[in-house]
Design a binder for this molecule. Structure first.
Ligand code: NDP
Length: 333
């Protein structure tokens, strides 16, 4: 039976007061939902690094509070003002303003722009939320490398931040495609999981506070998925093979990039920027279609930790501290 939008429902609202941000359960009136073509009964949301920034003072991703965070949501359409979606459709939605500039997935119901919505075929709403923005970004990164012409015959690839959301799904996807994957992780206890996902070798973090990254180092990688940024990305760039490609999506290790032009002008290295937020619906839907088929994560079940809404605060603190492994999903209703 198709669900209907009630007059009021439960949300987790982030409010800012005296420089502090609190996340608490509240009732939201359906009339307070933002503009958007598609109204969704949320089954699952997730925990992303960006969700942690949304509840961090000066986190830089939310301008106006109060807001319902949650950059990912998967559930069932209850109303649609566009013919692209109909009540009863199972969908995933993420990117654009969701969870940062308008209410997101930590709510029993959400209303979002149709451009952010993707109809699910064989993936369950739980699996779609588990993939979420992080897994989608991993797929975007892998697609960018493949589109650039990278093949397993070109040589080893490296994934940084490998135990996290973007990293672990990247290891899973690249291994399934036949790449020789080196997973770089700061968590020694993640080695078994990363090997299970198909990593050929697991190494520690590539740099530490004392590392001075040289303009060029020993060539090691034909491709790279980097979600860490900072000195780590500089090191990856300096150790790429000639004509190698690096897909860069994140900044857990810093937003700066202390590199030189040498990897680009002497080794023809390509730095591919990955953005999951502002891309258009065609690319979003085509990459999700691949996540349902040839890029379906083989070990998704192994990556999922399920938590209750009451545990969200703690889980957001963990991901902010870089202590999370894999993907965390939150059943909402
Ligand atoms: P996670 O926290 O799940 O993963 C990030 C991983 O980075 C951690 O697990 C850890 O891996 C590593 N890490 C954490 N802190 C540091 C540090 N100080 N130095 C080096 N490595 C560190 O986050 P997500 O996977 O959700 O997101 C990863 C990054 O990608 C974030 O910056 C996020 O904002 C960005 N992102 C960007 C998107 C885009 O559209 N461009 C979309 C989605 C995410 P380990 O312990 O294994 O080394």
């Amino acid at each position: 039976m198709t669900r209907t939008l009630p007059d009021q429902f439960t949300v987790l609202m982030a409010r800012e007061s005296d420089g502090e941000i609190t996340l608490a359960s509240e009732q939201l009136d359906a009339t307070q939902l933002p503009d958007g073509e598609v109204t969704i009964a949320v089954d699952y949301s997730g925990v992303n690094y960006k969700d942690a920034l949304a509840v961090t003072p000066r986190g830089g991703v939310v301008r106006d509070y109060p807001i319902v965070p949650g950059i990912d949501l998967a559930g069932e359409v209850v109303a649609s003002s566009t013919l692209d979606f109909a009540p009863g459709d199972r969908v995933v939605a993420h990117g654009g303003p969701i969870g940062t500039a308008q209410h997101g997935g930590y709510a029993a119901y959400a209303r979002v722009p149709a451009a952010q919505v993707v109809r699910l075929d064989t993936l369950s709403t739980r699996e779609a939320a588990a993939i979420g923005t992080a897994g989608f970004t991993a797929a975007l990164s892998v697609v960018a490398l493949l589109d650039r012409g990278l093949t397993p015959d070109d040589g080893p690839v490296v994934v940084t931040g490998a135990s996290g959301g973007v990293g672990s799904v990247s290891v899973d996807l690249l291994s399934a495609l036949g790449f020789d994957v080196t997973a770089s992780s700061g968590k020694s206890d993640a080695a078994a999981l990363l090997t299970e996902l198909g990593a050929t070798s697991v190494v520690g973090r590539l740099v530490d506070d004392d590392t001075k990254v040289r303009p060029l180092g020993k060539s090691q990688w034909a491709g790279a998925v980097d979600c860490v940024g900072g000195k780590t990305l500089a090191y990856v760039l300096s150790t790429m093979n000639h004509s190698g490609s690096v897909a860069a999506s994140g900044l857990t290790g810093g937003a700066d990039l202390p590199t030189t032009v040498m990897p680009f002008i002497l080794r023809g290295v390509a730095l591919l920027g990955i953005d999951s937020v502002s891309i258009g619906p065609e690319l979003r839907r085509s990459v999700w279609a691949r996540l349902e088929t040839d890029l379906r994560p083989a070990h998704l079940d192994r990556l999922i930790t399920e938590i209750g809404v009451d545990d969200l605060d703690g889980s957001l603190a963990e991901i902010r501290a870089g202590r999370t492994t894999g993907r965390t999903v939150v059943p909402i209703s």
